[in-house]
Design a protein around this ligand. Structure first.
Ligand code: GLA
Length: 370
């Protein structure tokens, strides 16, 4: 590691999605913020076709391999992300075959649903874009990072996390329309109005997470096909569409997506009107929709949301893919300690792993540090 040739350091943040869950792959609306926690990639180009990877993360073994040998399905764990970026760039026709030394360090909590893997891919993609003068836009880099998940690792995720990591700006939530990837940065200042956006990492990781995500996505595609629309976003009469679907899971999945898009629009309207407190009920309704219609919650997430709400939170919801990971709670600054304490106590009483708490402060997207 000490002989790594470093030409620069790039940082990419994790994300918290304020609202708009499982809407990205349905061409819908999302509203993420970047968090202060980042993954840093120290990168230098090589000329011998070798990729050398190292990480300061506890237990992360270094890896050396030939760029020419990179192929989907050959790597797992943290090395798959930086290596996958190099593979995806080559697949897109960019000449990065000379190889690189890549050293990673990160303070994005792993396994908390805060997009530590997207942060890793995005930091490396941005580094290659700069070092090789590839001229890729941030959207193109997000697509490269998404291909790492979809094509290199075989995970059918959308592009929310990568877009958030690469495109969010400090002090703002990014209102993004996945139909055409246009968006606007909406001022989002909790502290300025005496609020806190608390992240509750439940530390629950469910084994079914990948299969559950893929199944939800497949249901949405099946419903769109049945309804004769290219995506659920193209539904113009929600009531008629829901009535046309068989009662049961398919109708419930679609109802979540349709109502979630409306909740994003209401949240954006409230923020634009400067009324941050008014987004609370939208957050809680989003959670109920994911729990009851999309069925992606779990006891730990429900406990976090219910306990936070009972302790005074203005709104709370699970974030990300579901089945574990983190929830957010919008709380009055003065209540934030009591909310965290109540959640911690209830977790202990129910025999759950002790949760972790962070404050989500809207921070800058990916950037070069040196
Ligand atoms: C995960 C995926 C995203 C998105 C969210 C749910 O974070 O990576 O693409 O689908 O789940 O909104």
């Amino acid at each position: 590691m000490s002989d790594f040739a470093v030409e620069g350091v790039w940082a990419a943040p994790g994300r918290v999605n304020v609202i708009g869950e499982h809407t990205d792959y349905n061409n819908g609306f999302v509203l993420p913020i970047a968090i202060p926690h980042t993954t840093r990639a120290s990168v230098g180009r090589r000329t011998d076709g070798l990729l050398r990877l190292a990480s300061s993360h506890a237990g992360a073994e270094p890896l050396e391999l030939a760029v020419a040998d990179l192929a989907p399905g050959t790597l797992s764990g943290w090395t798959a992300y930086p290596a996958g970026v190099v593979w995806a760039l080559r697949a897109a026709g960019y000449d990065v075959s000379g190889g690189a030394d890549i050293r990673i360090d990160s303070d994005v909590p792993v396994g908390a649903g805060l997009s530590s893997s997207a942060a890793l891919s995005c930091a490396v993609a941005l580094a290659f874009n700069d070092l090789h003068d590839l001229g890729c836009s941030r959207v193109e880099l997000a697509r490269i990072a998404q291909q790492v998940e979809n094509d290199f690792l075989g995970l059918p995720t959308g592009m929310l996390d990568q877009m958030a990591s690469l495109g969010c700006t400090a002090g703002h939530a990014w209102f993004l329309d996945f139909r055409d990837l246009t968006g606007s940065h909406i001022p989002f200042d909790c502290e300025g109005v005496g609020l806190r956006l608390l992240v509750i990492d439940t530390r629950a990781a469910h084994a079914l997470v990948d299969g559950g995500y893929a199944a939800r996505r497949a249901s949405c595609e099946e419903a769109a096909l049945l309804l004769g629309v290219p995506s659920l976003r193209e539904i113009t009469d929600p009531d008629a569409a829901l009535a046309a679907l068989p009662a049961g899971p398919l109708r419930m999945r679609v109802r979540h997506v349709l109502t979630e898009n409306v909740r994003v629009l209401r949240t954006v309207a409230a923020l634009r009107a400067g009324d941050v407190r008014a987004i609370g009920p939208e957050l809680t309704a989003s959670h109920a929709s994911m729990r009851d219609d999309y069925t992606i919650s779990c006891p730990e997430l429900d406990t976090a949301v219910d306990t936070a709400s009972a302790a005074g939170a203005l709104g709370a919801r699970l974030i990300g893919g579901g089945f574990g990971g983190s929830a957010i709670a919008l709380v009055e600054e003065d209540d934030s300690g009591a909310v965290a304490e109540a959640v911690e106590k209830t977790f202990a009483a129910r025999g759950f792993t002790t949760p972790r708490f962070f404050e989500a402060i809207p921070s800058a997207g990916a950037r070069r540090l040196s």
